[in-house]
Design a protein around this ligand. Structure first.
Ligand code: 5GP
Length: 125
C-alpha cells in the first residue's frame, strides 16, 4: 500500500494552504468544487484523514467513519439539489483507474444527463 504523501494537493487544500471552493465541511469530511468540472455539479468529497484511496479508506478507517462518510455524500447531494434528479459517484483507485491525487475522494457529478457509463452506451437502461 502506498505511503500517504502529506504534500498532495487535497491535503494542502484541507490544511487551508491552497484555496478552493468549499461546499461542505465538518469535523471529518470536506467537499470542494472540482477545478475541471464534468457537469454543472462536480464536487470532490473527501475525509480529512490520511487515506490514499478508496481501497486504503475501506481497509484502515473505522467502520463508523466509513458509514458517516457515505451518509455525508448523500447529504451533500441533497444540499446541491441533485438527490432527486440523480447523480454519479466515482472513486478512482490506483493506476488503472488513473487516480491523479493520492488522497481518497469521491467525485459527485450531476446537474445534467450523464449518459451511459461506457462511451456509446445508451441511456435506455
Ligand atoms: P482523480 O483523477 O484523482 O480521481 O481526480 C482528481 C480530481 O481533482 C480531478 O477531477 C481534477 O480536476 C481535480 N483537481 C486537481 N487539482 C485540483 C485543485 O487544485 N483544486 C480542485 N478543486 N480540484 C483539483
Amino acid at each position: 500500500m502506498t505511503k500517504y504523501d502529506q504534500c498532495n494537493i487535497f491535503s494542502r487544500i484541507i490544511r487551508g494552504e491552497i484555496p478552493s471552493k468549499m461546499v461542505y465541511q465538518d469535523e471529518f469530511v470536506v467537499a470542494i468544487e472540482d477545478i475541471n468540472p464534468a457537469g454543472p455539479v462536480h464536487v470532490l468529497v473527501m475525509p480529512r484523514g490520511e487515506y490514499t484511496s478508496f481501497d486504503d479508506f475501506v481497509t484502515k478507517a473505522p467502520e463508523g467513519l466509513i458509514a458517516r462518510f457515505f451518509k455525508t455524500v448523500q447529504r451533500i447531494a441533497e444540499q446541491l439539489g441533485v438527490r432527486e434528479s440523480g447523480y454519479r459517484l466515482i472513486a478512482n483507485h490506483g493506476k488503472h483507474a488513473s487516480q491523479s491525487v493520492p488522497h481518497f475522494h469521491v467525485h459527485l457529478i450531476g446537474g445534467r444527463s450523464l449518459g451511459g457509463l461506457v462511451p456509446g452506451d445508451g441511456e435506455s437502461r
